[in-house]
Every structure is written in C-alpha cells, then in structure tokens.
Design a protein around this ligand. Structure first.
Ligand code: HEC
Ligand code: HEC
Length: 313
C-alpha cells in the first residue's frame, strides 16, 4: 500500500503541501479503509488505522514538502524512510495469527466471573437477582445464616436427587469445575448474606437433628401453618396447597425444611419466627411439621390418572 501511494505521489509533487500532505492522505486512507472493510474485514480489523493515516500524512508531507522532487527522489531522505517504516508498521499492531487483546472468547470451563456463571446456570430457576424464581431464593439472608458454605456447595456440586436441582460438578456429571463452584458458593454469600439478620434469635439448624414425628407435626401444622395453607395443607386464601402429592414429588425433605425455616419472603411466606406473632417454632416443631408434610408423599404421584391411561395399546 505504501508503495502504491509512493507511485501516486509524483502526480501531485508540484502541488501545495495541503493537498499532497493532508487531503490526499486522508482521502486515500479512508478509501483504503472502506475497501478493506469490504474485501477483508478480518485484515482490516488487524490494522491500526490511526497509525496508518498518521503515516500517510507523514509520508505525504515529506514527499510534497520537497517541491519538485518525485517520490523516488524522496527515498534518499532519512525522514522519508522513517515515514515509510511507519506505513509498514501500521499493519503490524498485532502479530499475525494472534487474536487482539480482549477479543479472546473464554472456554466454558475458564469462566470464573460470578455474574456469568450465575446467569447461565442458576438464574433460570433461582431468579435473576437470586430471588423471584420458581426455586427457593438464594438471595435470602436468613437462608445464608443457617446454611454454611459446605451445605451450599454440596447441593450445587451434587444437586438434589429427585428434584429439579441439577448436579453441577463434573465429578457428578455436571459441567462446572471445582473452581467455578467455589466462586459461586463464595459470591452467593458475599453478595446476599447480611450480618445480624437473625438478631438474637437462634434459628433451627439447617439439617434435622432427629427423626420427625408426623403426629406432633400435625399439631404444629395447625398451630403455625393452617391459617394460610388451609386445613390439611390443601391450600387456603394466603397459601398454596403443600400436601399435594405432585408438589411433594418435586421437593426434598431438606427443601421443605429450608422453606419452613427461611420462608419465602419474596412471596410473602414468613420464616420460622413469623408464622405466629411472638412465637417462633422450635427446632423440633420444624422437624415434626416436615415429617407430617412428607407423610403425604405417595408412591405414584400425579394420580387420578391411572396407570392404564399410559398403557401402550
Ligand atoms: C432447573 C432448576 C434449577 C437450576 C438450574 C438450579 N437450581 Fe438450585 N434448586 C432448584 C430446586 C428445585 C431446589 C430445591 C431442591 C429441594 O427440594 O431440595 C434447589 C435447591 C438449591 C439449593 C439448596 C437450597 C437448600 O435447601 O439448602 C442451592 C444452594 C441451590 N439450589 C443453588 C443453585 C445454584 C448455585 C445453581 C446454579 C449453579 C442452581 N441452584 C441451579 C432448582 C434449580
Ligand atoms: C402468613 C401466611 C403463611 C404462613 C403462616 C405459612 N405460610 Fe407457607 N407460604 C406462604 C406463602 C404466601 C407462600 C408462597 C406462595 C405459595 O406457595 O402459596 C408459602 C410457601 C410455602 C411452601 C412452598 C410452596 C411452593 O409451592 O413452593 C411451603 C412448603 C410452605 N409454605 C410451608 C409452610 C409451613 C409448613 C408453614 C407452617 C410452619 C407455613 N408454610 C406457614 C404463606 C404462609
């Protein structure tokens, strides 16, 4: 390109410097830029056009500044050589065959940025901001106060069998590396937890300490839950059915326990302290009410469709 331009220079060697040293180089650079964009956008993107134009101007000025000399004569002058070198260098901003800085696309297992990991793997179920999805909110400080990193990490890595919560660790058939799961676990806490959210209250433990008793659980249900979820857990004015076999088929016992302790504040479900004003549930009552809910599980959820409906005829 530099040579081509050099060949053109004699045409305006006798013209004022403005034409040869400024206007023509700018027009020429613009023309080349457009042609390159059309013919080879990849190559065009590799050229540093600012430098290219600067070098053209330098070269034009050098050549036309010497009135009466042709471009070929101009080669004798060192500063013209410098300008020429600049022209050649303008195409070499990036070594050939190597992508520009920042234009590399990370392989999926190299992504360590929480926003991307969360948006691509979790937001669909747990909500874009960690709440408001179909699954329990992770951006719930009460949840993060009762579940430690080990518990959270284990669920992310291994999923929850029998529910929609997938296993994400490669070792469990998922797509995320250990490092990625560490980032997610750490960031969930640092973004969404809140010091002192439990006040002076002692929350029931994340995992149950004993086996629950469904009969005592029924009593606890009537005391704390019936006002919203209706008699028998079949649904009420303020809460949906929670003994429905299809609902129970999709949630684990730990999932139920988590919801009873943490509530779903974004949906208006109170935590373990808020069901009955002034009376928090005890750890045992939480365990028992979960046992009572779980006692409604059936072996063939989703009836009244009888098995014969699905039989192949
Ligand atoms: C396809 C839907 C879905 C996706 C995607 C999903 N989850 Fe879940 N997640 C669930 C469901 C449903 C549960 C409740 C499971 C149960 O019943 O115990 C859950 C439970 C959890 C729990 C445990 C809550 C508890 O009780 O301790 C954590 C932590 C969690 N998910 C984190 C994540 C993270 C982090 C991601 C992304 C890497 C993710 N989930 C992706 C549906 C999903
Ligand atoms: C003040 C009313 C209220 C009380 C009291 C209450 N809940 Fe809820 N509960 C809700 C609301 C609102 C939701 C979220 C919307 C829905 O599912 O109805 C909810 C959701 C739930 C869910 C999840 C349902 C789903 O579809 O994901 C469970 C399980 C649950 N509550 C159990 C209980 C238990 C057990 C108790 C008693 C210990 C209780 N709730 C007390 C209002 C209440």
């Amino acid at each position: 390109m530099g040579l081509l331009y050099g060949a053109m220079l004699p045409m305006f060697a006798r013209r004022p410097i403005v034409l040869g040293g400024l206007i023509t180089p700018v027009l020429w650079s613009g023309l080349l830029y457009s042609i390159m964009q059309l013919l080879n956008p990849l190559l065009a993107s590799r050229i540093d056009w600012i430098w290219f134009m600067a070098s053209q101007i330098a070269f034009g000025a050098a050549a036309t500044g010497k009135r009466g000399e042709t471009a070929v004569n101009a080669f004798r002058h060192p500063y013209v050589l410098v300008a020429l070198a600049a022209i050649l260098a303008s195409g070499c901003g990036v070594p050939h065959g190597q992508p520009k800085k920042g234009s590399e696309v990370l392989a999926p297992n190299e992504v360590l940025e929480f926003g991307t990991l969360y948006a691509e793997n979790c937001a669909g179920c747990h909500g874009a901001e960690g709440r408001g999805g179909a699954a329990i909110a992770l951006a719930n400080p009460v949840y993060l106060a009762i579940a430690d990193d080990d518990a959270v990490r284990k669920v992310i890595a291994n999923g929850v069998r029998g529910t929609a919560m997938p296993a994400f660790a490669k070792s469990a058939g998922g797509m995320l590396t250990d490092a990625q799961i560490d980032v997610i676990t750490k960031e969930i806490r640092s973004r969404w937890s809140q010091q002192g959210v439990l006040d002076t209250a002692t929350a029931p433990s994340y995992a149950p300490k004993s086996a629950g008793d469904a009969q005592r659980g029924e009593v606890a249900y009537k005391t704390y839950c019936e006002s919203c979820h209706g008699p028998g857990g079949k649904g009420g004015r303020k809460g949906s059915p929670i003994t429905d076999d299809s609902f129970l088929a999709l949630v684990s016992d730990q999932g139920l326990r988590t919801i009873v302790i943490t509530g779903r504040p974004e949906l208006g479900a109170p935590d373990w302290r808020g069901n009955l004003p002034g009376r928090a549930m005890s750890d045992q009552e939480v365990t028992d009410v979960v046992a009572w809910l779980a006692s409604h599980r059936v072996s063939n959820p989703g009836q009244p469709y009888s098995a014969s409906n699905y039989a192949q005829h």
